[in-house]
Design a protein around this ligand. Structure first.
Ligand code: FE2
Length: 367
């Protein structure tokens, strides 16, 4: 099935919307996967929206009317879609959008010259966003709602810096350490700016040569930072954030105690952000799915204390939240299984479903 942009005048009730529709103030007007109704089309006209992307069938490229079943599912507005309509999200999103070109300009300027980076401006911007959030998990939720950004490098650096601030707080680190950790997030991928964009953005599989080149962003980043006025941990995090505790990482394949503790924290946040951020080819992943991947991929790759603190805090926050299972049932998270964090116990009507004992079931979405 193809997706096609259709003029507002040609939209008809029954079509299935492929992308979220926002107004100029970035408020969600019609969520994706919703079946258009007269009311929804009128709402779009009211907000001066000129077109929307809808699914069309492949054979004749005409817009596809949705099935009744799809419509029923689509009318469930998710937790994250509700959050997108809040003032808090709109303000956060605006700050985030404003910071991207500043990051681009400052980091690019640093690469071109020998001067120290404008660290005060960059840390000031992430600090403001960090402190605008009431709780760490609220920050996670806001980031989860972000729209797709064409730029991956700068928005990723901001995300990692913000999430590093949350992890540092959960680990009970002091203010000065959290500041350094957030700076590690800002600069960890600076070496990627020296890798050709065509390779970074390549949609298909990378050749061994291309992958080898991408891996050099760690050492290249360190070389860019090593003589600048920045904390030592920031330079080491750029070098070591792809190292893994079991020796399976790069550039050196070093283990455990040889890896700087700040680089170990950035490693977790870096992977988490890459999975949860919306990408051009997919929407953001449900946090329980991400935790499942961490648990399956092998927690031994990461520092045990850091990874368990990080994942347990995320799961505990969704306690009592409503979730939807892959078989369509909806229930509340009532008990967290420490041995299987992605698979808590869910109360659906009067039934308790222990997901750790039900391999075929999983949490599909938080609603
Ligand atoms: Fe990286």
């Amino acid at each position: 099935m193809e997706v096609k942009r259709i003029n507002i005048n040609d939209l008809t009730p029954g079509m299935l919307v492929a992308d979220n529709v926002y107004n100029s103030a970035n408020q969600l007007i019609v969520p994706r996967d919703v079946v258009l109704t007269d009311k929804a089309i009128t709402r779009m006209r009211f907000h001066s929206i000129s077109s929307a992307r809808v699914y069309v069938s492949d054979e004749n490229a005409s817009p596809k009317p949705a099935s009744a079943a799809a419509g029923k599912e689509a009318r469930e507005v998710s937790f994250f879609e509700k959050l997108r309509g809040t003032e808090e999200f709109i303000a956060f999103n605006q700050d985030f959008e404003k910071s991207i070109p500043v990051f681009e300009q400052k980091l690019t300027a640093m690469l071109k010259g020998s001067a120290d980076p404008d660290n005060d401006t960059l840390t000031g911007m992430v600090d403001d966003m960090f402190h605008s959030c009431r709780t760490g998990i609220q920050l996670f939720n806001l980031l989860h709602c972000m729209r797709n950004f064409d730029d991956v490098t700068f928005s990723h650096s901001i995300n990692v810096s913000l999430i590093c601030g949350v992890l540092g707080t959960w680990l009970g680190r002091d203010k000065a350490e959290i500041e350094v950790l957030m700076q590690c997030g800002i600069y960890h991928d600076v070496g990627k700016l020296l890798i050709p964009k065509a390779i970074l953005d390549k949609p298909g599989k990378l050749s061994p040569e291309e992958y080898a080149l991408i891996k050099t962003h760690t050492t290249q980043g360190y070389n860019v930072l090593k003589d600048r006025k920045l904390p030592r941990e920031v330079k080491l995090a750029a070098m070591m954030h792809h190292e893994r505790c079991d020796g399976s990482g790069y550039p050196f394949g070093i283990r455990d105690s040889k890896i700087d503790p700040f680089a170990k924290m950035v490693a977790i946040v870096d992977v988490y952000d890459a999975m949860t951020s919306a990408r051009v080819y997919r929407g953001p992943m449900c946090p329980f799915k991400v935790i499942d991947i961490f648990e399956n991929e092998g927690l031994q790759k990461y520092d045990t204390h850091y990874i368990m603190t990080f994942l347990e805090n995320i799961v505990n926050t969704y306690m009592l939240n409503r979730v939807k299972l892959n078989d369509g049932r909806v229930g509340d998270v009532v008990f967290v299984n420490r041995a299987s964090l992605a698979r808590p116990t869910i109360k659906c009507a009067n039934e308790f479903i222990d997901l750790s004992a039900e391999p075929g079931l999983y949490i599909e979405a938080i609603i």
